[in-house]
Design a protein around this ligand. Structure first.
Ligand code: DUC
Ligand code: ZN
Ligand code: ZN
Ligand code: ZN
Length: 467
């Protein structure tokens, strides 16, 4: 008989409910829930009991946007699948969806195979893949159909980074038309990269080389313009659209307007846009390089629109865009030229805690915390209800969360393979205590009990919000 675990006495929080319940786990899945203290709950028998009295019992986080080992700017993101998924587990995230990259002149299949090879046998928690499409041609369009069939149901395109990942409007339209037919979801990096590159060149010519100029040239208006263009291209194609890493208030307004029109468009933001700002990019010396990512951190005034969008559901998901580069040797490649700073921030370990702090700060409710961090990303990317909730039949990806424990976020304490924290010194209340992945304890009372290779590849169905 497979092993049984019962988690007793916690407050079980899902996107829809909060109940004091005992959770019975068998064979890696949720077998049953029953109100704590009732005969039904007392009848649960198990080999292992986890006492969650005074704690929350929440679904494992689903981070739908990570870049482990991403080659970028002449270097490579510093978390491997092994270190990055271990850090995810420490932070209460039990599923990541990473981006496989189509190399220049390569097929989607070759890119996907390469990412499988990096991840397989190395992950601490379950993982799936999106596919970055950097060359739209007749062959790749056909391959998109095959990938959807086998569980890679979402495709990222870039309106930024000319010469690297960039797609022009025609390529975007073709990919959107294809996804309208095959059920795939286009994920858009919405920034006008052609215009941004002109501004980069002009800034550097004026001697504006410090990290803060990264934020100044990547203007909010150029994010809003690209967001608008992506929305209208999707409308023409009759395709749904998911805009990644929304940071500008003006871009949120474009999404809100399109949704009011009844269009099937979705928006994701990330913790860095909610908790950090252009002030960080302007930190003295070269410190600002730690905060270089794209879209860039915005002036603080933009944060209110992001929080409001999360409350009104004009933004539906908070994922991390976890893409760490060490300050020493990696971020430093851009000393004297901000355009050479590798773009990306670490955060896969911090997301659940930061969003819990947002609950305490009054930005979102507890259930909305679980909705934007677990349930909706699972639904958006075809993983629900296997992932993203606690319900009979779901994978037993469960976090026992202590809502009262205080911690100070710090590179000295984190488990990501990166030499700084973007949130260094930030005090938050709430901390992961125990994490189960398919019923297996991967973190037990603040000790790592997982292993590389426990996490398995998880094919996905299509977006569950398609009309
Ligand atoms: N933005 C980043 O900050 N890093 C990786 C790619 C991206 O679009
Ligand atoms: Zn209670
Ligand atoms: Zn991007
Ligand atoms: Zn990204």
């Amino acid at each position: 008989m497979s092993s049984r675990t019962v988690i007793r006495g916690g407050l079980v929080i899902t996107a829809s409910d909060e109940i004091h319940a005992d959770v019975l786990i068998e064979g890696g899945r949720i077998a049953a829930l029953a109100a704590s203290g009732t005969p039904a709950a007392d009848a649960f028998t198990a080999d292992r009991t986890v006492d969650a009295t005074g704690k929350y019992v929440i679904p494992g986080g689903v981070d739908a946007h990570t870049h482990m080992e991403l080659p970028f700017g002449g270097t490579s993101a510093s978390d491997t699948f092994e270190t990055g998924t271990r850090a995810a587990a420490w932070g209460g995230t039990t599923t990541v969806v990473d981006f496989a990259v189509q190399g220049v002149g390569r097929s989607l299949r070759q890119g996907l195979d390469a990412w499988h090879a990096k991840a397989e046998g190395n992950c601490a928690v379950d993982y799936g893949f999106h596919m970055i499409v950097s060359d739209v041609n007749a062959g790749t369009l056909k391959e998109m159909d095959l990938l959807v069939e086998e569980g890679v149901t979402s495709f990222k395109q870039f309106m930024a980074y000319p010469g690297v990942f960039y797609s022009d409007d025609g390529q975007i339209l073709r990919a959107m038309q294809r996804s309208a037919g095959n059920g795939g979801l286009i994920m858009m990096h919405a920034e006008n990269g052609i215009a941004i590159d002109v501004l980069v060149e002009q800034a550097l010519a004026r001697g504006e080389t410090a990290p803060r100029f990264h934020g100044e040239v990547r203007k909010a208006l150029l994010e809003a313009e690209a967001t608008h263009r992506a929305i209208r291209l999707a409308q023409v194609a009759g395709a749904p659209l998911y805009v990644v890493h929304v940071s500008a208030a003006e871009a949120v307004a474009e999404l809100a307007r399109a949704r009011d029109e009844g269009l099937n468009v979705f928006g994701e933001t990330c913790p860095q846009y909610l908790f950090l700002s252009a002030d960080n990019l302007a930190e003295p010396g070269f410190e600002g390089a730690k905060y270089v990512c794209s879209t860039p951190l915005r002036p603080k005034e933009h944060q209110a629109a992001l929080w409001r969008g999360l409350r009104t559901n004009d933004l539906q998901v908070v994922s991390t865009d976890h893409c760490p580069f060490c300050f020493a040797g990696q971020k430093e490649l851009g000393r004297g030229d901000f355009s050479r700073i590798p773009n990306g921030l670490p955060g896969v370990e911090n997301r659940m805690d930061l969003l819990h702090q947002a609950v305490l700060d009054g930005h979102i409710s507890r259930r909305r915390w679980i909705e934007i961090a677990c349930a909706t990303p699972a639904r958006m990317f075809g993983l629900y209800p296997k992932k993203g909730t606690i319900a009979p039949g779901s994978d037993a990806d469960v976090v026992v969360y202590d809502p009262h424990a205080e911690q100070v976020i710090s590179a000295g304490a984190h488990h990501m393979n990166v030499d700084y924290s973007a949130y260094e010194g930030k005090r938050v209340t709430g901390r992961v205590e125990t994490v189960l992945s398919r019923g297996v304890p991967v973190v037990t009372d603040r000790e790592y009990t997982g292993r590389a290779g426990h996490g398995v590849y998880t094919p996905r169905s299509t977006c569950q919000y398609l009309t």
